[in-house]
Design a protein around this ligand. Structure first.
Ligand code: DOR
Length: 450
């Protein structure tokens, strides 16, 4: 934790409902004041006139592949890519090798991260058809991940009885990958052999997403269990997520906002994802749902595979793409085009995930909050290049794209972890603390949503 007193001066600071030019004082890794005097004493003064100070991004869906698949990514390389992209906290998924499905494997990840991660971290426990005791024993982790539909790895739970038990007998918030396995299998069989990557979106189609999301949201409502729909990919799912309020929240990924089936000709298996990318109409509907507050979170589903693995002919090619170092810039570029506001970006990428997962002291620039911050240059134009990526996978589906608005400095608990693209060696993040009693995203003073 940074012990120094730091004054960030004259920045345009992004608060939940406004952007104000002011001075932010940090001490002991926390925000001490948001309207400090310009000449307040400090060991370091950061002249930030003309720049924007935002809460550090919280990415609640990443796959960092450690243990077991470390040729694709490690907790260290993934965290370095986070720091480069303005992400100060990641929550990592359990489909590693072995999967994180018990106390022992979770502890291993937390220990490893404490030694190597440049940013803050939390790890989900994966549900299996028969690890309910393990799910019940965890407390200070973000939540439980269920794959209702198979993806990378073999963490599939799609039997109704097993799902009912998980929703009925556990307390942690649940999130799920929602693609209906029976629909996916039937589609695959119908389409036969000689598949191309275009068929990926016919196999993992709208119905697959809609059926699984409806099924999971029904369970969440019936058992009054907090539930987060990961990577919503279709317009069809939006009213389903909305119907689950206050128990249910939803998330969108950049690839489902910015890529569609029209991009397969250009990008092929690089944009092969689960859930699959859908149509331009879905892109538009998902964006509108974010603006309307019907979907609350933007996260990447950072899922690195090597370039060579991605070049295999479909369907041998694996699903997934890296994204942590570009997600904030992709959204700032939308701001540059007048499509959203800075407080909206801060909400979707920091405050909302902090509230969904009960992350203590995270997600806002306010006194007492952790000094997890990102300084942004809204004028900086830069194109994404494979050679410059920090992810071990070393490529981006957005390579060649020029974006306006980039993070230029990142602080984790008051320590500078990235400056002008250089990531510090010696900074370490900390495990997030999760307060699930507070009741989640829709919590009010009387505790609805608990
Ligand atoms: O495309 C995907 N790849 N979607 C997921 O949900 C998992 C991920 C992975 O781990 O490769």
């Amino acid at each position: 934790m940074g012990e120094m007193r730091i004054l960030i001066r004259d920045a345009k600071v992004v608060f939940p409902d406004q952007v104000t030019e002011t001075n932010v004082l940090i001490e002991g890794g926390k925000i001490l004041a948001v309207d400090a005097a310009r000449d307040h004493s400090a060991e370091e003064v950061v002249e930030a006139a003309g720049k924007v100070l935002m809460p550090g991004v919280i990415d609640d869906q990443v796959h960092f592949r450690e243990p077991g698949l470390t040729h694709k990514e490690t907790i260290e390389t993934g965290s370095i890519a986070c720091a480069a992209g303005g992400i100060t906290t990641f929550l990592e998924m359990p489909n590693t090798k072995p999967p994180a499905v018990d106390q022992h494997s979770l502890r291993w990840k937390y220990d490893r991260a404490s030694r190597v991660s440049r940013v803050n971290y939390g790890f989900y426990i994966g549900a299996t058809p028969d690890n309910i005791e393990q799910l019940q024993q965890q407390h200070d982790i973000p939540g439980i991940k269920i794959f209702i539909g198979s993806s990378t790895g073999d963490l599939l739970v799609d039997q109704q009885q097993a799902l009912e038990r998980i929703f009925a007998e556990t307390r942690l918030p649940i999130c799920a990958h929602c693609e209906d396995e029976a629909t996916v299998r039937a589609n695959r069989q119908r389409l036969g052999a000689d598949l191309t990557v275009h068929d990926h979106s016919r196999i993992r189609d709208h119905a697959a997403a809609r059926i699984a999301t409806q099924r999971a949201v029904d369970l969440a409502i019936r058992y009054r269990h907090r539930f987060h729909v990961l990577h919503v990919s279709t317009a069809d799912e939006i009213p389903i997520v909305r119907s689950g309020k206050p128990w249910v929240t939803g998330e969108v990924c950049p690839h489902h906002l910015f890529f569609s089936i029209d991009d397969y000709d250009r990008l092929g298996t690089l944009i092969q994802m689960n859930p699959a990318v859908k149509t331009r109409e879905d892109n538009t509907a998902l964006w509108k749902a974010l603006l309307a507050g019907d979907l609350q979170v933007i996260a990447t589903d950072h899922a690195p595979h090597t370039w060579e693995e991605k070049q295999a002919p479909y369907p041998q090619s694996p699903s997934g793409m890296p994204a942590v170092e570009n997600s904030l810039a992709l959204l700032l570029n939308e701001y540059a085009q007048g499509r959203c506001t800075l407080p909206q970006i801060a909400h979707w990428m920091a405050d909302a995930p902090a509230r969904v997962w009960g992350l203590v002291g995270k997600g806002r620039i306010a006194p007492g909050y952790d000094a997890d911050l990102v300084l942004v240059d809204l004028e900086l134009e830069k194109s994404i290049e494979n050679q410059q990526q920090h992810t071990k996978s070393g490529w981006s589906a957005w390579a060649g794209t020029t974006l306006r608005g980039w993070p230029i400095r990142t602080w984790v608990r008051g320590q500078t972890v990235m400056q002008h693209g250089q990531v510090a060696e010696n900074v370490r993040g900390a495990a997030v603390r999760c307060d699930h009693q507070r009741g989640g995203y829709f919590a009010t003073a009387d505790g609805i949503g608990v």
